[in-house]
Design a protein around this ligand. Structure first.
Ligand SMILES: Cc1cc2nc3c(=O)[nH]c(=O)nc-3n(C[C@H](O)[C@H](O)[C@H](O)COP(=O)(O)O)c2cc1C
Length: 184
């Protein structure tokens, strides 16, 4: 990173019902206090632009203790149809998401930090997509240095109280640490 320039962060997400998108937007708001932030659905991120960013943050919901698959996305759609969960599906929810994006993108040397959303219960019971995202990123050559981030949803898939503020604070920490690195 050029010491005179403002650090740039890309926040790329997959979301079925909107919670992971809201977390991504809150992280971006936090980053913006000290760095530039670009927040987008991962399906709208081209591999050719990645080198422009000092840090990339990627996130997806936890499905079956891991990353969403075509089958789990289809199951999510039935949850909406059955009015069990979530109000409506996000745009592009049923198209290939973060799992497929990582697998087809050259990530060698890029600094990437993962996040996920999962149900608010013991992590032993809920599982988390975080280790699966980190493992896939490393396999694709990314530098996964920082600890990832988990945000919690309730039994209806809504973000729990305080989660937007907490995600904004985490984004603030990321932005400030990049700004600090740029100065030293
Ligand atoms: C098919 C399916 C499987 C899920 N499996 C898990 C799970 O294993 N652990 C968990 O904590 N949450 C699980 N969830 C809940 C999701 O984590 C939750 O819906 C998601 O975090 C909401 O984010 P979104 O609105 O961005 O999709 C599952 C949801 C779906 C639709």
């Amino acid at each position: 990173m050029d010491s005179s320039s403002t650090p740039r962060v890309l926040i790329a997400y997959e979301s079925m019902f909107g919670a992971t998108r809201q977390v991504a937007e809150a992280i971006s708001d936090g980053v913006r206090g000290s760095a530039e932030a670009d927040c987008r659905d991962v399906r709208r991120v081209s591999p050719f632009e990645l080198h422009r960013f000092d840090l990339i943050v990627v996130g997806a919901p936890t499905h079956a203790r891991s990353l969403p698959t075509p089958a789990s996305r289809a199951e999510a759609a039935t949850w909406v149809e059955g009015r069990m969960y979530g109000a409506q599906l996000e745009d592009r929810a049923l198209t290939p998401g973060l799992r497929e994006w990582i697998d087809r993108t050259a990530l060698s040397g890029l600094k990437i930090t993962p996040f996920t959303t999962r149900v608010d219960m013991s992590r032993l019971l809920s599982g988390s997509a975080l280790p699966a995202i980190a493992r896939r990123l490393r396999r694709a050559g990314a530098q996964v240095g920082r600890r990832g981030y988990e945000a919690l949803v309730d039994e209806h898939g809504q973000l729990c109280d305080g989660e937007v503020d907490r995600a904004r604070e985490w984004g603030g920490i990321l932005g400030r640490s990049l700004q600090h690195e740029a100065r030293v």
